[in-house]
Design a protein around this ligand. Structure first.
Ligand SMILES: [Zn+2]
Length: 218
C-alpha cells in the first residue's frame, strides 16, 4: 500500500498507475478480464459514499464483475420521484436489467456528508451539496427526536441515514416489483476496518460475526 508520504499526487502519477495496471495487473488477471470483456453479471448493487477511504471491492474482497457500484456524497438514494437522476437510473438498471440479487447501502464513520447534515453552516456556500443532503434530512430529525447524547450524534446519524436510504430504495418501482432481492444496510468503520450490519428484525446494527451467523442460518 502506498504510504501517504510517498504518494504521487500528479496526473502523471495516475497515468503511471494505469501503465502498471495495463501492463502488469491486467495481464496477470487476463482470464478474468477476457471473461468480462463482453458482458457483466454482477450479483450486488453496492451503494456507498464517494469518500476516498471507502473502497467497496477491497472491503468486500470482490473482483471486477461482482459489484455494480453507485457512489455519491452520503450514500444517498432519493425516494422515487423525489429526484430522478443518476441514482434512480442505477437502481432501475441494476435491478431490472442486471437482476442483481443483493443491494447493500454502506455508510461509513467520519462521513463528511453526515457532518455537513449536522452542521448546516458548513454547507451554506455549497448549494448543490445542501440540496442533495435534503434527501437525508429525515435521518437527522429522527436522531434529534431520540435525544441522543452529543458524543453519539454523528454515529447515530450515519446509522439512521443508512436506515432512511433503505426506506427510500424500497419506494423504487423496480425494487418493489422484485421479490428476489435482498437489501442490507452496513456501516464501515474507517478507523478499524470493521463493518456493522443493520439487523432489521432487531432494528439495530450488529457486529459482522452476528450478521454472518444469521445469514448462515437464513
Ligand atoms: Zn461519506
Amino acid at each position: 500500500m502506498t504510504q501517504e508520504t510517498h504518494r504521487d499526487e500528479s496526473l502523471l502519477g495516475l497515468l503511471k498507475g494505469v501503465e502498471k495496471f495495463s501492463h502488469k495487473v491486467f495481464q496477470e488477471n487476463k482470464p478474468l478480464f477476457d471473461e468480462l470483456a463482453g458482458s457483466q453479471s454482477p450479483h450486488t448493487l453496492f451503494i456507498t459514499c464517494a469518500d476516498s477511504r471507502v473502497v467497496p471491492e477491497m472491503i468486500t474482497q470482490t473482483e471486477p464483475g461482482e459489484l455494480f457500484v453507485c457512489r455519491n456524497v452520503g450514500n444517498i438514494v432519493p425516494a422515487y420521484g423525489e429526484m430522478m437522476g443518476g441514482v434512480s437510473a442505477v437502481v432501475e438498471y441494476a435491478v431490472t436489467v442486471l437482476k442483481v440479487s443483493n443491494v447493500v447501502i454502506c455508510g461509513h464513520t467520519d462521513c463528511g456528508a453526515m457532518k455537513g447534515l449536522l452542521n448546516p453552516d458548513s454547507t451554506k456556500d455549497l448549494p448543490t451539496v445542501e440540496a442533495w443532503l435534503r434527501n437525508a434530512q429525515a435521518a437527522k430529525s429522527t436522531v434529534f427526536a431520540r435525544k441522543v447524547d452529543d458524543a453519539d450524534i454523528l454515529q447515530a446519524t450515519i446509522e439512521e441515514n443508512v436506515r432512511l436510504q433503505l426506506d427510500h430504495i424500497r419506494t423504487h418501482p423496480s425494487v418493489r416489483a422484485s421479490n428476489q432481492i435482498t437489501l442490507q444496510g452496513w456501516v464501515y468503520n474507517i478507523g478499524d476496518g470493521s463493518v456493522t450490519v443493520l439487523d432489521e428484525h432487531e432494528n439495530r446494527f450488529v457486529p459482522l460475526a452476528a450478521a454472518i451467523k444469521r445469514e448462515n442460518h437464513a
